[in-house]
Design a binder for this molecule. Structure first.
Ligand SMILES: [Zn+2]
Length: 329
């Protein structure tokens, strides 16, 4: 109870800097979200403009929302891309090219006086789910987000696996089929081309070309360019066999990816989130089927594969958790 008394009125700020929007949350040291704000981000802007805008919005929120009644413990930011954790610099930022090479930590620290921690966004997702979500209580687990791409965060003994240059746990770029479709990374047949929203759309377009995706096309107003993973999901829910087949296919490929993750890291849990995971009921059976069939005995019985619990808040929660951890709590 002493801990709780000490923490009264103390807050963290968790920021999820995504490719198209920025979410900022004021969060208690126990993982309760007090306030949330969001603004749109234009990823084609230069890094300086993006970070200046972030600092200005952040200053506003600190003044308006935290004021004198609360004490800011620290700020955490989850950013899409690879981060040089020692220097606090972006190494590679494919979704926000302007941030490539940007020394984001130093820049913000010079302008806002608060402890600041940064982390990759998929790692923040995994940590958020571990703190207050579906992986709460697990020390060895993996978080996978099925969004526009496929991201992952691997937690070993309570710590994120960063690798030698901050580029570890790119589960989305595991090669599933060496002759598969082209991936945004330049490779072929990565998990991402099957298990992301983009992958679902690609499979839908292929089905339409073969004359099987009539219902999906109808839901997209007859326009191929309006076909999205959401339309495929809607079609699957209405009972359309072609859409259900796409999710079944996606589920099988995701299962192959999970088999690799299980064999490499022996996690006790795998948490799956992201917008494409909304179609859970349509793909998970195929995923679990592949895991039971392909993962070696002994590992497959131990791992539980669960749906994420924090929704869109996992990123801000994980970022706040990174900040809390960096303070030694
Ligand atoms: Zn790839």
């Amino acid at each position: 109870m002493r801990f709780r008394g000490l923490m009264m009125g103390r807050v963290l700020v968790g920021i999820d800097l995504g490719g198209t929007n920025v979410r900022i949350g004021i969060i208690t040291p126990t993982g309760r979200i007090l306030k949330k704000e969001e603004y749109a981000l234009d990823p084609s802007q230069g890094g300086l403009k993006i970070v200046e805008e972030l600092v200005s919005n952040l200053k506003n929120i600190l003044r308006k929302r935290i004021g004198r009644s609360n004490q800011l413990l620290g700020i955490g930011i989850g950013i899409a891309g690879a981060i040089d954790m020692k220097r606090g610099r972006m190494v590679l930022s494919p979704n926000i090219p302007g941030l490539n090479g940007f020394g984001i930590r130093e820049f913000i620290k010079k302008r806002i006086s608060s402890p600041l921690a940064i982390e990759n966004d998929a790692n923040a997702f995994a940590l958020g789910e571990g703190w207050v979500g579906a992986a709460k209580g697990s020390n060895d687990y993996c978080g996978i987000t099925l969004g526009t791409g496929v991201g992952g965060g691997i937690v070993i003994n309570g710590e994120i696996l960063h690798g030698s240059r901050g580029m570890a746990s790119e589960v989305g770029h595991m090669v599933i089929d060496p002759e598969g479709p082209l991936c945004g990374c330049g490779g072929k047949g990565c998990l991402e081309v099957y298990a992301s929203a983009t992958g679902i759309r690609r499979m839908a377009l292929e089905a339409i070309e073969k004359g099987e995706g009539g219902e999906i096309l109808k839901r997209a107003g007859g326009k191929v360019e309006e076909v999205t993973s959401e339309k495929v999901f809607e079609a699957a829910r209405s009972g359309d066999k072609a859409a259900q087949k796409i999710f079944n296919e996606m589920g099988r490929f995701l299962g192959l990816g999970l088999v690799n993750v299980i064999h490499l890291f022996d996690p006790e849990k795998i948490v799956i989130g992201g917008k494409a995971s909304r179609a859970w009921d349509f793909f998970i059976k195929a995923t679990l089927g592949v895991v039971m069939e392909r993962a070696i005995e002994g590992s497959r019985e131990k791992v539980t594969i669960v749906r994420a619990k924090c929704g869109d808040d996992a990123g801000i929660l994980g970022a706040a958790y990174v900040s809390l951890k960096s303070l030694g709590h």
